[in-house]
Design a protein around this ligand. Sequence first.
Ligand code: PPS
Length: 291
Amino acid sequence: MSCNQEIKKYFVYHGIFLPKMAYSENSLNYFKAFKIQEDDIFITTYPKSGTTWMQEIIPLILSGGDFTPVQTIPNWERVPWVEEKRAAQLIDKLGSPRALASHMPYHLMPSTFFSSKAKIIYVTRNPKDVLVSSFHFHRMASFLDDPGTFEEFAEKFLAGQVFFGKWTDHVKSWRNPEIGDRILYITYEEMIQDLRGAIGRILCFLGRQLSADALDRVTEHCQFKNMKQNTMSNYSLVPKHLMDSSKSHFFRKGNVGDWKNHFSPELEMKFNAAIHEEMKETGINFPWDEK
Ligand code: PPS
């Protein structure tokens, strides 16, 4: 990293940058020793891939379509990140089954996670749109580096010098075959295209049901324009000195393909080549990949 001020905001955990504001040695010790329960449901994501969206959908599924939890409990309390500083206190309050979140790569999960039956929903998003979303998030979040120009930030993103490291490492880690059928892979793009269908897949995976009417209401509630108004999910409860919505909103655009408004042709070529090089041996194909 280039300057002292930047270094002060992060520490390095197994090669991954983590903002000191939200993570500490204590919180990571808590995370490592965390006891998984067999009916836990994990939302795992690389940042800016659709975490908050899932923190709305899963509680609505678990409540059978009752809106009370998502209208009264902030998203970070109803589905806490297990690695964050506030986790211990928040997770203690959860009923069963617990819905939990993590931005960690698979191999850094708590040791009891690997042998458990906990279910996992892994959301993937086109890394170009992740980069754009992350760039604007870095502009508004004081606990992250100033991103510099978009081109500068893209360099850091490709090098993994951003919180939670390289996108490719994260995505590859969660494709580990040993996870078996405990994991549901879903893309942000398919949720945009057919949210009702995507929630249907999640219901099936979790062995849950909603009436057609409840599914319609949940789907409508989870549309971008409606979630953006939910003060329990839109981060408006966070003080301005931490997240400054005059610079960028957390609920910014919520669409697919905003990268086209940010990438030069040169950057697009470079970005495609870098991602292709790191993903080519994996056999993983995404809908957004060049054919
Ligand atoms: S974080 O900070 O890692 O928890 O961020 P995360 O929630 O993973 O990602 C934030 C982006 O997801 C968008 N978002 C949505 N898009 C469509 N529909 C719904 N309901 C929705 N909820 C959140 C949010 O707007 C961020 O994307 P951008 O592209 O910046 O708008």
